[in-house]
Design a protein around this ligand. Sequence first.
Ligand code: NAP
Length: 304
Amino acid sequence: MRIFLTGATGYIGSAVLDALLRAGNDVTALVRDPEKAERVARRGVTPIVGELAKPVSYLAAAEGAEAIIHTAYEYSKRGPEVDRQAIDTLLGVASRRTVAGQPACFVYTSGIWVLGDTPTPATESSPLRPISLVDWRPRHERLVLDAALAGVRTVVLRPGIVYGGARGIIGDLLKQGANGLVRVVGDGKNRWPCVYDRDLADLYVRVTTQTDASGVFHANDEADEQVNDIVDAIARHARTKADVRHVPIEEARAKMGPYADALALDQVVRSPRAHALGWAPSLHSVAGNVARLLEEFRTSREAA
Ligand SMILES: NC(=O)c1ccc[n+]([C@@H]2O[C@H](COP(=O)([O-])OP(=O)(O)OC[C@H]3O[C@@H](n4cnc5c(N)ncnc54)[C@H](OP(=O)(O)O)[C@@H]3O)[C@@H](O)[C@H]2O)c1
């Protein structure tokens, strides 16, 4: 399949790129840094050096694709605005291709924080109660899902907290463990829905290439792990046993703003629509795989 991918150098996007290439797809990727573009090109990908906020830099490349996967996100004040601009551009491409009778599909990356606190299991059809950090995100999801009313195949993928390699929230905890002190926001009894990066990437390939897939898909390993279980396992496995410090939510908020509330969410999430596509995660918990994850963490850091 001819696929246009944004965020190919990111945590999620690089795992998705690996999986797309393994499955034999022809990938064109938007990359904003020429050096990173060269790295991507060495892997047989066509890089387009451009910028999400400048649609003219990638519009033509996206127009040639049978599927568009958007994983890029600019972590800045203008992040939501840039994301909206990218959706308008890429969804527009998919809509025009659909009208012209050409194969088209748009896969949008959201996240499970739009569900808010959910101590009872939430599925893909559960109501949204986003925390303030992502209160803009349901509107973007809606834009993508509403395009399906006009016949465009669209997917909203909501990954759990990603683990694997050296990046992301779990990567940060592994790094803190290596440095001897792991910080937890709140009492740590809250549960995080997590997903292994390669399993997540496998789901991206499935929703993109299974041409009857559309709508919302959750992606998590359904381990319902308490944050304390994750950090205790990390602290135990660190080369020198690490300490764990619970930071009161008010103190965490003062330091990191609304991000603290995301880390304090108690979420139990299910992914029935993903399983219905034949998706079966290979890893089922962070705590149960810490030795392996530490190994991956060290290897990824050495390679960086
Ligand atoms: N990681 C998680 O646990 C997780 C869980 C659920 C949902 N999500 C969502 O998934 C999305 C991606 O997250 P991530 O963890 O993969 O982030 P990430 O590692 O920071 O990757 C972001 C990607 O976007 C690219 N990018 C940023 N600004 C850009 C711009 N202006 N123009 C073009 N490319 C740009 C980055 O390129 P550079 O390499 O040049 O920086 C990078 O490839 C976000 O929407 C996030 O909320 C993440």
